[in-house]
Design a protein around this ligand. Structure first.
Ligand SMILES: NC(=O)c1ccc[n+]([C@@H]2O[C@H](COP(=O)([O-])OP(=O)(O)OC[C@H]3O[C@@H](n4cnc5c(N)ncnc54)[C@H](OP(=O)(O)O)[C@@H]3O)[C@@H](O)[C@H]2O)c1
Length: 242
C-alpha cells in the first residue's frame, strides 16, 4: 500500500532532509512551505527525479489559521490518507525582553504550538492506524535560550504537548514523539555571524554542527519504530557534556 507523509517546512533545512530520507524508503511526500515558491518547485522536481515517489508542495503559512483548512481541503479533495505527519516548521523572534510585544509573542506561539494542535485535530481522521506524528522541538526548550524567550518557551511547550498528546491519540492508534535538535547546519544557522557559529561549535562535544541528513535518520527511526511513544529525543552532539 502507498504511504504518505506530510512535512511542514519540508522544502528546506531539516524538513527537506527528512523528506529525502523518507522518500528514499518509499514515502510519498507532501511538503508545506511559507513563501519561497521557486525553491519549493525546484525541490519537488529534483525529488521526483531522484526518489521516484510522488512529491507535492503546498504553500501553507503556519502563522495563519486559514492554512489549517487549506491543508485539510488539499488532503481530503485528493482522498489522501497519511501514515506520518512531521510538524517541523517553526518561527522565532529575537526581540529583547524589553521590546517584545504581545502580538509578536502571540504570532510565534500560534505558529509553533496552536497551529500543530489544531491542524492535528483537523486531519487526525485522515491518518491511517499505526501511523506516527513527529514534532521538531529544540534543545532550547530544555536548556533556556539566551536570545529568544518565546522560542525557548514554545519549544518547551512542544515537548510537553508531545507527552500530553499520547493518550489523546491512543484511540486513533497513532504514536507521537519529538526530536529536539541542538544546532543543525541549515540556512537558518548559516545566517549567523562566523564568531557566533565558532562559539556554538566550541560548546558542542563533537565540535561541529549536526548535518541535516544525520538528524533526518532520527525522524525516520521515530516514524518506523513501533514502540517509541511520548519521547523527546535530544540530538545535540553532546552539547550538555562539554
Ligand atoms: N537549524 C537548527 O539548528 C535547529 C535547531 C533546533 C530546532 N530547529 C527547528 O527546526 C525547524 C526547521 O528549522 P530549519 O533550520 O530547518 O529551518 P530552514 O532551513 O530555515 O527551513 C525552513 C522551512 O520552513 C518553512 N517555513 C518557514 N516559515 C514558515 C511559515 N511561517 N509557515 C510554513 N512554513 C514555513 C520554509 O519555507 P519558505 O522557504 O517558504 O520560508 C522552509 O521550508 C524549526 O522548527 C526550528 O525551530 C532548528
Amino acid at each position: 500500500m502507498e504511504k504518505y507523509v506530510l512535512i511542514t517546512g519540508g522544502t528546506k533545512g531539516i524538513g527537506k532532509a527528512v523528506a529525502l530520507c523518507l522518500g528514499k524508503v518509499g514515502y510519498n511526500l507532501i511538503l508545506t512551505y511559507a513563501s519561497s515558491t521557486d525553491v519549493a518547485n525546484r525541490v519537488v522536481s529534483e525529488m521526483r527525479l531522484q526518489l521516484g515517489v510522488k512529491v507535492e508542495a503546498l504553500q501553507a503559512d503556519i502563522s495563519t489559521k486559514e492554512s489549517i483548512e487549506k491543508i485539510y481541503q488539499y488532503l481530503s479533495s485528493q482522498s489522501l490518507r497519511l501514515d506520518a505527519v512531521v510538524f517541523n516548521a517553526g518561527l522565532t523572534c529575537r526581540d529583547s525582553f524589553e521590546t517584545l510585544n504581545l502580538s509578536e509573542w502571540e504570532r510565534i506561539f500560534f505558529a509553533n504550538v496552536h497551529f500543530p494542535v489544531f491542524l492535528m485535530q483537523r486531519i487526525v481522521s485522515l491518518m491511517n492506524k499505526g501511523g506516527s506524528v513527529v514534532f521538531t522541538g529544540s534543545l532550547m526548550g530544555i536548556q533556556p535560550h539566551s536570545v529568544s524567550l518565546v522560542y525557548g518557551v514554545t519549544k518547551g511547550a512542544i515537548h510537553a504537548l508531545v507527552k500530553n498528546m499520547v493518550k489523546f491519540l491512543v484511540p486513533y492508534e497513532l504514536r507521537v514523539n519529538a526530536v529536539a535538535p541542538g544546532f543543525v547546519d541549515t540556512e537558518w544557522q548559516k545566517t549567523k555571524p562566523i564568531e557566533i557559529r565558532k562559539n556554538i561549535e566550541n560548546k558542542v562535544s563533537l565540535g561541529r554542527f549536526c548535518e541535516p541528513s544525520e538528524l533526518a535518520e532520527v525522524y525516520r527511526m521515530l516514524i518506523e519504530n513501533s514502540y517509541f511513544n511520548g519521547e523527546v529525543v535530544v540530538v545535540d552532539g553532546g552539547y550538555s557534556y562539554k
